[in-house]
Write a protein that binds this ligand. Structure first.
Ligand SMILES: [Zn+2]
Length: 340
């Protein structure tokens, strides 16, 4: 964010400071979210949580690969992934197959946590797959990478998979909202494929977010894991566009975890990090209410069309998704390695 240099600049920058509190001190340089990050292996960081193995993995993260996952998720054949639709189920299969390829296994007998959604109680029927039934069946997609030392402690990486579907002949592709978050989550899973973590890492693609956080509400009321053992959680939504930095929401009550996030940022990335308290705007909401250190990360000041058929994959910024994936991978790794 630019600071105004006119006579009102002092006041304006004070106001902006409260709207968007940067995590870096004044002397340090701030890197835009759409700028390439130098190879982390070259940085002599002071943080011993990160050995060569993980730095190499982070350096391998490639925005072009992430965008090709987004292209698939946001393609016409997935029909805008409306909750309860065949297109959503295809997308859910695609995520489950990716889990399977990358040593992420089901928690129970299936990757799919199926449930019936009462069509009369959803917040926004407009965003539900057109149906005359009283309920539709849908599912969250959940996979786990088992921890080596503390398999019963968890780090969660999640993103909502559903979007608005089709209206008349228009497909609402939902590339930024939220194929971007799902693709970053899938990428983190892929990067961790051949390394061991101390804690378990759980990956979730939620359904029903656009109709009122229904998938995450079902998960917290029917949890397949002990919610009290979730030590860190990142929810990703709208991470494909926006140069100014990242917003980290839900820091209230979890200042210690947030200071670790800031430390990673300071040492390796130098992005501008804004902060907000928890609010019911995405799937971290109920987790945070239950006391989980649940952080919602999104790219700040994105320019992509929102809830419009124009939210398409070719507009996704390769460097933004790449940088977000690198940042989330570092954070997931740090919290997953504790207790070793
Ligand atoms: Zn969204």
């Amino acid at each position: 964010m630019k600071v105004n240099t006119t006579s009102n600049g002092g006041l304006l920058s004070a106001v902006l400071f409260f709207l968007f509190v940067p995590s870096n001190n004044a002397q340090s340089q701030v890197r835009r979210l759409d700028q390439r990050v130098p190879a982390l292996q070259m940085i002599t960081g002071s943080d011993s949580s990160f050995d060569k193995t993980i730095l190499e993995l982070v350096d391998k993260v490639n925005g072009k690969d992430i965008r090709s996952l987004i292209e698939t998720l946001a393609s016409d054949s997935f029909e805008g992934r409306a909750t309860g639709s065949a297109g959503f189920e295809k997308a859910a299969d695609f995520v489950a197959q990716h889990f399977e390829k990358n040593n992420v296994v089901p928690i129970g007998s299936s990757y799919f946590q199926k449930f019936k959604l009462d069509t009369k109680t959803v917040r926004s029927k407009v965003h539900l797959h057109e149906t005359s039934n009283d309920s539709v069946e849908t599912m969250n997609v959940i996979g786990i990478k088992k921890g080596t030392f503390h398999p019963d402690e968890y780090v969660l990486i999640m993103a909502h998979l559903d979007h608005l579907g089709k209206r008349q002949d228009s497909v609402y592709h939902g590339a930024n909202d939220n194929a971007s978050g799902v693709a970053v989550m899938m990428t983190v899973a892929e990067m961790l494929k051949n390394v061991n973590t101390s804690r378990s890492v759980v990956f979730i693609a939620f359904t029903g977010e656009e109709v009122g956080l229904m998938g995450s509400a079902y998960f917290v009321t029917h949890p397949p894991i002990d919610l009290k053992k979730i030590k860190f959680m990142v929810n990703l939504d709208l991470v494909g566009s926006g140069s100014n930095g990242m917003m980290v929401q839900g820091i209230d009550g979890h200042e210690n975890e947030f200071s670790e996030i800031q430390q990673i940022n300071q040492t390796y990335f130098q992005f501008e990090l804004g902060t907000r308290p928890n609010s019911p705007n995405s799937d971290q909401y109920y987790f945070h209410l239950l006391g989980v250190p649940a952080f919602f990360m999104y790219a700040y000041n994105g320019t992509m069309p929102y809830h419009s058929p124009g939210d398409t994959a070719e507009k996704i910024d390769i460097l933004v998704v790449e940088n977000v994936a690198k940042f989330v991978l570092m954070n997931a790794w740090k919290f997953a390695q504790k207790g070793r």
